[in-house]
Design a binder for this molecule. Structure first.
Ligand code: ADP
Length: 850
């Protein structure tokens, strides 16, 4: 240990001069070195030489592995601590281990007077070999985090001095600050390099000074190429003015946000760049970031084009829909006009003297025309649905009558096929509703018509139940059940499509177009409901639909039944069909009567007699006409033949056309005969009538008068017919003549206006579509002339236009009524009767009759 100074300076720490030299030197070294590893040997040397300590090392924290590595050693060239340096370079220390680990863990400087005697100094044997004894370590701190440790060794055993420790703490802090700055710079550099966006620094004179790798990738130029030319050279010519403005703005000190321009890439294409820039005017620099928004710009442009294209497509679709609607209205007119003639002429022909064969021919032609009209109506409905022009009416109607009348219309068809047809409407469904009764009828006719068509034996029942009731609205659920051929499951949803039938062969066997359900489904949807089906092939089908209707609060409340005399009326129901019995019991119970059902005549007689014995006789029997063992006629005769049952009244329920076969002799047995399916209102009327007291004598003349007023004595009218079609002229003339009216015909509206000016007429029948001047225009002209004169010539529109709004248009033009073609004589005369009620009041502005 007799080595000469300067490295034996055990007391060197007492001098302040060397300490300041050390601080100055380390600061200079750190400032000059790009990395800590490069700075380490010079810095360690400055400390070692300043203190006169012969060995120093720098340890760096490897945070990933949580150990300290030795990254730099300094020793004087003349002295060899190589063995110790090599061992240090090969070691790693965990927190707390050895001198570096101790400093790391405590974050405090540590002093060991003699490392060769220290229990926690793994390198002690080597230290002894090379002759190192005193040591101190100090943390390199960045804030409170240890980023490294410096250690210094002396060949003597030395105690610490506070001055030395204080000086070394300052050195440690200095190194820490350096490391912190270094890390921050590294971090920035890393982001600069990593960024997917373009980062660049530009000078106020219009050049890039630095660009990041993303700029090179984005535009395809090297950094040198990008910095070589003024950046304006890369900007799209159309964007240069805006770019100059943005640069001037930045040069004036303003931040630039979201400025977009196009830059030329090395492949000649242009990229849309979105810029954010911050100027540093003192340095004459602008720091910029740019993002490639070419994709967004092009997709926005594409979207705008798409919106434009869609708009054009929508406009042409709307035009097409309007054209389709007009085409439909015209087609409807064109088809209905000749159909009008066919139906009218066959009607007239049927009223003449014909041989049975001729009658049969014409009757068939008439029926075919009806069928054809139904198909045309269906096709028109489907087209209206497709054109979005189908609209529902909103009118008050009586629910029960509407449903029961619709079902009843098909009763004859059911009887022909020997099918039982029944209709049950739950008593809790309100009767006064608002909706479109015509369209409801159409759906019922379609479903019940199909049920009858596709059923060969058994029964078809319509069941109507209340689904939901609120103050203003009712939801009703309909169920049409049949015992027919059924529909395979796979086909059950298809049949709601237009022109679809479950089985291709059905067209041949059953006829039909496959449109009915399509229309029904659409109508039901418009009624706020839906339609669905349950069916099994060979076992029958059940079609359900729900529909919503408004409650008619303005309808007159039904008077509380005046038939209170009929309360508790004891009624026997005789029917072999269980469904019918159920329905009748429900109706009668609803009227507070006591109803007892039996299935046949034998049990009926037994029940009647037993009731007499009990002292609570039946007063009314409702019997089905056709029953398997004993029929209703025989039962009625048996009742009439039993003196104990003389007071019992019998009402016969028969299928359409059956009663007539028995002649009038049996009619005496019955208080009333009703055809099935029985309407509630009819049944109640029949029961009330059966038990009503006989009418007072003086009511008869009034009743006769009333009866006459329903079929008025026809006054002979002078009628002007404005119609361009020759066949229709002939038809209308024949109809009018048949009724005893006088008619004059003109071929267009202008002639009608002239004729009504020249001659007095009681009535005008005005076709709407005529050459030269149409019916609407002519009506307006006639009304114009009448203004202020107090006269009003009734005008009835005859039109094949049946699109929504047509009727309103006619009435708005000043017409009094509206009859649609093909003309049904009954409709025409009903309209005329409305214009000329028996009281003789002319032209009272009767409502339309269509
Ligand atoms: P159409 O009866 O005019 O053919 P629809 O649309 O009313 O048209 O009915 C479509 C098809 O659905 C019918 O052709 C038939 O195959 C089937 N279908 C409808 N109702 C029934 C039913 N009650 N029983 C069996 N099949 C039915």
């Amino acid at each position: 240990m007799d080595e000469p100074l300067p490295f034996d300076g055990a007391d060197a720490g007492s001098s302040r001069g060397p300490y300041q030299q050390i601080l100055y030197e380390t600061a200079r070294v750190l400032a000059e070195s790009p990395t800590l590893v490069e700075a380490a040997p010079r810095m360690l040397r400055a400390v070692c030489e300043g203190l006169g300590w012969p060995y120093g090392a720098l340890w760096e924290v490897d945070r990933g592995h949580n150990v300290l590595h030795c990254v730099g050693v300094w020793q004087p060239a003349s002295l060899a601590f190589n063995e110790f340096a090599a061992a240090s370079m090969a070691s790693t220390f965990t927190p707390g281990m050895g001198l570096p680990g101790r400093v790391w863990a405590s974050r405090q400087p540590a002093w060991i007077p003699d490392v060769t005697n220290d229990g926690n100094f793994p390198r002690a044997p080597i230290a002894r070999n090379v002759g190192l004894h005193a040591a101190f370590g100090l943390p390199v701190l960045q804030g409170s985090t240890v980023v490294g440790v410096m250690e210094f060794f002396n060949r003597h055993i030395l105690a610490p001095t506070p001055e030395l420790l204080a000086m070394m703490t300052t050195v440690g802090t200095q190194v820490g600050l350096y490391v912190g700055r270094k890390w921050a710079a590294d971090e920035l550099e890393r982001f600069f390099t990593l960024s997917l966006d373009m980062f660049c620094v530009a000078s106020f004179d219009g050049h890039f000074i630095r660009v990041n790798p993303a700029s090179e990738r984005m535009l395809g130029y090297s950094e040198a190429e990008l910095c070589a030319a003024p950046f304006m050279d890369f900007v799209h010519p159309d964007d240069r003015t805006a770019t100059t403005d943005a640069v001037s703005l930045a040069a004036s000190g303003a931040h630039v946000i979201d400025f977009e321009n196009r830059y030329r890439a090395s492949d000649g294409s242009y990229k849309w760049l979105q810029w954010t820039a911050v100027p540093v005017p003192k340095q004459g620099l602008i720091y910029c970031a740019a993002r490639d928004v070419t994709e967004r710009r092009t997709s926005a442009a594409r979207l705008a084009q798409l919106v434009k294209d869609l708009d054009i497509a929508r406009q042409s679709a709307e035009q097409a829909a309007v054209a389709k609607g007009e085409f439909l209205a015209n087609m409807s007119h064109e088809i209905r006009t000749p159909m009008n003639a066919i139906m009218g002429m066959t009607d007239l022909a049927l009223q003449t003297r014909l041989t049975p064969q001729q009658r049969d021919y014409i009757h068939t032609a008439r029926e075919s025309a009806e069928a054809l009209l139904t198909i045309i109506d269906d096709i028109l409905d489907v087209s209206k649905i497709e054109a979005g022009r189908l609209a529902l009416d909103r009118a008050p109607f009586q629910f029960r009558d509407t449903v029961e009348d619709a079902v009843k219309l098909l009763a004859a068809r059911a009887v022909e096929k020997g099918l039982e047809l029944a209709c049950r409407i739950s008593p809790d469904v309100p009767d006064a509703l608002i909706g479109d009764p015509g369209r409801l009828r159409q759906v019922i006719l379609n479903l019940v018509g199909n049920a009858i068509k596709f059923t060969h034996a058994g029964e078809v029942t319509v069941d109507v139940a209340l689904e939901r009731l609120t103050v203003d609205e009712v939801t009703v659920r309909f169920r049409v059940t049949d015992t027919g051929i059924g529909i395979a499951e796979a086909k059950q949803w298809d049949i709601f499509g237009a022109f679809v039938q479950a089985d291709a062969s059905t067209t041949r066997r059953y006829g039909g177009t496959g449109l009915g359900l399509t229309i029904s489904a659409q109508l039901v949807e418009m009624m706020g409901g839906r339609i669905w089906i349950e069916s099994e092939l060979g076992k029958g089908s059940r079609f359900h639909f729900v529909a919503r209707f408004a409650i008619d609060h303005d309808a007159p409340h039904e008077a509380v039944s005046s038939a209170s005399a009929l309360d508790d009326l004891h009624v026997l129901i005789v029917d072999d069909n269980a469904t019918n019995r159920l329905i009748l019991v429900e109706m009668l119970t609803g009227w507070r009567m006591r109803a007892v059902p039996v299935a046949g005549a034998a049990s009926a007689m037994a029940a009647l007699r037993e009731a007499v014995d009990r002292g609570d006789p039946f007063r009314l029997v409702l019997t089905d006409a056709l029953m398997p063992d004993v029929d209703g006629f025989t039962l009625a005769a048996d009742i009439a033949g039993d003196p104990r049952l003389a007071a019992v009244k019998v009402i016969l329920l028969t299928s359409a056309g059956l009663a007539r076969h028995r002649g009038t002799s049996s009619a005496r047995l019955f208080a009333a005969t009703l055809t099935k399916p029985v309407k509630q209102s009819e049944l109640l009327d029949a029961v009330v009538t059966a038990f009503a007291p006989p009418p007072p004598v003086d009511i008869a003349p009034r009743a006769r008068r009333a009866a006459r007023s329903r079929t008025p004595e026809h006054r002979s009218l002078r009628v002007l017919v404005a119609e361009d079609n020759a066949t229709n002229q002939k038809l209308v003339l024949s109809l009018l003549k048949h009724r005893g009216h006088h008619a004059v015909v003109v071929g267009n509206g202008r002639l009608a206006v002239e004729a009504t000016a020249a001659e007095a007429f009681d009535l005008v029948l005005m076709d709407v579509q005529m050459p030269e001047m149409g019916g609407l225009e002519a009506t307006v002209a006639i009304r114009e002339r009448e203004r202020g004169t107090g006269t009003h010539l009734p005008i009835i529109a005859l039109t094949a236009h049946v699109m929504p709004g047509d009727r309103e248009e006619c009435l708005a033009a000043g017409m009094d009524a509206f009859v649609s073609k093909p003309l049904r004589p009954a409709d025409l005369f009903a309209a005329i009767d409305q214009c000329f009620p028996v009281s003789g009041r002319l032209g009272a502005g009767a409502p339309g009759a269509a």
